[in-house]
Design a protein around this ligand. Structure first.
Ligand SMILES: [Zn+2]
Length: 192
């Protein structure tokens, strides 16, 4: 199905939802809304349909024996329970398996690609660590994710201050390394 067809199909349903919540989808200011919602939804879930970004590697001459840390990568997702935004930061630490490292921008692009879908943050963190292990050709990966869930802020318990912090690791990682990474890898928090 082409992107245009997809937008049109989603827009038909958004129109119905507008009616069901008591709006008039034909009032002038709402006329373009179903199309805009469809486009926004497709953009926020494009990781489900797009191939992961290609990762280019750079030779280091010798194998790097320490962890490489990329902190505070911004991400935007939708929570899989309410389709409301989850925004936050991902910090990644990885140890290269061979004498080559990926470009920094590719680590950022991989995280952004993988976050463009519906997520449950705990599972997202684990799957992200596993995907990065493979795509970054790493022997081990540690991820820390800080997420602000709008569904928790705006509805239900309406907690404006709670945040979700999750961690996961993949590959060969020792207890000592894990203890070190937990202290070393920082993840920015967000206030709104
Ligand atoms: Zn939710």
């Amino acid at each position: 199905m082409s992107r245009e067809e997809l937008i049109d199909k989603i827009a038909v349903h958004v129109r119905e939802i507008l009616k069901l919540v008591g709006e008039d989808p034909d009032r002038p200011d709402l006329r373009e809304t179903p199309i805009r919602v469809a486009k926004a939804l497709l953009e926020l879930t494009e990781g489900l349909r797009k191939e992961p970004p290609h990762v280019k590697f750079f030779k280091t001459g010798r194998k790097i024996e320490s962890y490489v840390i990329v902190e505070n990568i911004e991400f935007f997702s939708l929570c899989e329970h309410h389709l409301l935004p989850v925004i936050g930061y991902v910090s990644v630490a990885y140890k290269p398996e061979h004498d080559e490292v990926p470009g920094l921008s590719k680590v950022v692009r991989l995280v952004q690609w993988f976050s463009k879908r519906l997520i449950l943050q705990e599972r997202f963190t684990r799957e992200l660590a596993e995907i990065l292990l493979e795509k970054l050709k790493a022997s081990s990966v540690y991820c820390k994710v800080f997420g602000l869930h709008l569904c928790t802020m705006l509805r239900g318990v309406r907690s404006r201050t709670s945040r979700l912090l999750t961690e996961a690791w993949a590959g060969e990682i020792t207890r000592e390394e894990l203890d070190m990474l937990r202290k070393l890898v920082k993840c920015k928090t967000l206030r709104i």
